[in-house]
Design a protein around this ligand. Structure first.
Ligand SMILES: Nc1nc2c(ncn2[C@@H]2O[C@H](COP(=O)(O)OP(=O)(O)OP(=O)(O)O)[C@@H](O)[C@H]2O)c(=O)[nH]1
Ligand SMILES: [Mg+2]
Length: 474
């Protein structure tokens, strides 16, 4: 079987699509992620001469073109990823903060279409119950939700009592402590020898419920948002927006955004993947951003509309407010951001930015500083440079040594030559003198001989032999 037969289906002239997921297509987030891994036909060129040969090219990256002459199988990677994710499941830790009765539990139940929270007493606290509230408490509820075979482990951290005390000055404290405590648990788990069973309990998003007053943010809202905005992904929502008119909502949103800007509060803004997303998806994201802070209506109740439809919503004498209707509220936009489109971005931002900042600050506070020298040898470029410098220095020293040795040798040789030259000259002089002397002697002898030749031969007068007397006395 070839790669094209097993895992890639041609959909149009330009694209090669992965096979659709099993199920009826409600697993949007998985499908969207798979879409991002989609192989463009332009990325895969089939050599007409070699039917099984493939050349891979990318516009931005300079990738070495390799001709695949047989089935490789990497086109099935998304399938593997899909299988693993389905097995492992997903998790989301959500925190909800807002005054009592703003519809926090109702919204969570509406979002996940499940009665995660029983709405006791129809959500209304009695005056005595509210009087008893003296501090903010933290309540955690976890639940496993399955949608079309995709498992989501959802943890909702509720904060009853926030804004309900007589003195709300320190209302933010237990919430910040809870967020930091979860970071600390993760940090500790990370530093353990065995990190395979690490569980991500960090808060991935905080839904902040703004009372539908129609004015602007209160001092309590601002104080709280400023305390948490660098520790968690903030998603502000206008609670019970069905109690406001469309115009009121519009004005209220503008004033809230102004306050957020003026107070330099960072809220979560969905990233826009201009090079990856198509026009339609980008438009959806832009619309989503334009709706922040989301004006929401929560309800798990089914109601009958005037045109006979059964919808989730709230029924009033003047009509029905539909939860899942973009014209009635921003619930769908919030759900898209939180679950369908940006859950992974919320988690990534928590892990890579918010947690990292907290971790760095915490380690610096405990006196741990990074000793860069420890990591020097792990920097291959730096190491290579150092080694090259050392080699160059050694080479220069060797060259200098050789030069000086050479110079010394030349000087010695010169000296020797000079010495032997002087010796030779002296010897030459001496020999010359000897020869001259010998020559002179020879010339004298020659002259004598010549003289003897020219004068007649005369017997030398024989000298009378000296009278010798024998005897002892003379
Ligand atoms: N009009 C309107 N009422 C809502 C909405 N959401 C919830 N409610 C009602 O408000 C009441 C309180 O809702 P809850 O969800 O219990 O509120 P809560 O914020 O969880 O309250 P605490 O748990 O006490 O902090 C209930 O009667 C809900 O039916 C909404 O969007 N619009
Ligand atoms: Mg509640």
């Amino acid at each position: 079987m070839t790669m094209s037969e097993t895992s890639v289906q041609a959909k149009s002239e330009d694209e090669v699509h992965l096979p659709p997921l099993e199920g009826n297509g409600n697993v949007h987030e998985l499908q969207d992620d798979l879409e991002s891994l989609r192989i463009q036909k332009s990325d895969v060129q089939v050599d007409p001469k070699v039917s099984s040969g493939i050349e891979i090219e990318h516009e931005d990256l300079k990738i070495i073109r390799r001709k695949l002459t047989s089935y490789v199988g990497f086109a099935s990677l998304p399938k593997q990823w899909h299988r693993k994710s389905m097995k492992r499941g997903f998790n989301l830790n959500l925190m909800v903060v807002g005054q009592s009765g703003l519809g926090k539990s109702t919204l969570i139940n509406t979002l996940f279409n499940k009665e995660l929270y029983p709405i006791e007493n129809d959500g209304l606290e009695t005056a005595e119950q509210l009087e008893e509230v003296s501090e903010v408490t933290i309540e955690t509820a976890s639940s496993d939700i399955v949608e079309n075979g995709v498992k989501l482990h959802l943890t909702v951290v509720d904060t009853p009592g926030f804004g309900d005390c007589i003195n709300n000055i320190d209302a933010w404290k237990p919430i910040v402590e809870e967020i930091e405590n979860r970071f600390n648990i993760f940090l500790e788990a990370e530093t353990r020898i065995n990190r395979t069973t690490i569980v991500d309990n960090r808060i991935h998003a905080l839904l902040y419920f703004i009372e539908p007053t129609g004015h602007s943010l209160t001092a309590l809202d601002i104080q709280f948002l400023k305390r948490v905005h660098e520790k968690v992904n903030l998603i502000p929502v206008i609670a019970k927006s069905d109690t406001l008119t469309e115009e009121e909502i519009y004005g209220f949103k503008q004033r809230i955004l102004e306050d957020i800007r003026n107070q330099h509060i960072k809220i979560f803004e969905p990233p826009q993947y201009e090079d990856l997303d198509d026009e339609e998806s980008l438009q959806i994201t832009k619309e989503m951003i334009s709706k922040i802070p989301f004006a929401i209506v929560g309800s798990t109740q089914k109601v009958q509309t005037a045109d006979g439809r059964t919808v989730r919503g709230r029924s009033y004498p003047w009509g029905v407010i539909e939860v899942d209707n973009d014209d009635h509220c921003d619930f769908i936009k919030l759900r898209q951001l939180l679950i369908r489109d940006f859950m992974e971005d919320l988690k990534e931002h928590t892990a890579k930015v918010l947690y990292e900042n907290y971790r760095t600050e915490k380690l610096l506070k405990t006196g741990i500083t990074q000793d860069d020298s420890v990591f020097r040898e792990f920097d291959p470029v730096r190491r290579q440079k150092e080694e090259r410098a050392l080699q160059e220095a050694a080479l220069a020293k060797l060259e200098a040594d050789m030069e000086s040795v050479l110079q010394k040798k030349v000087a010695d040789k010169e000296k020797k030559l000079q010495k032997s030259e002087a010796e030779l000259i002296a010897r030459h002089k001496e020999m010359k003198a000897k020869f001259l002397k010998k020559l002179k002697t020879l010339e004298e002898k020659k002259k004598m001989l010549e003289n003897t030749k020219t004068t007649p031969h005369q017997e030398p007068h024989a000298q009378p032999p000296a009278k010798t007397r024998k005897g002892f006395l003379r």
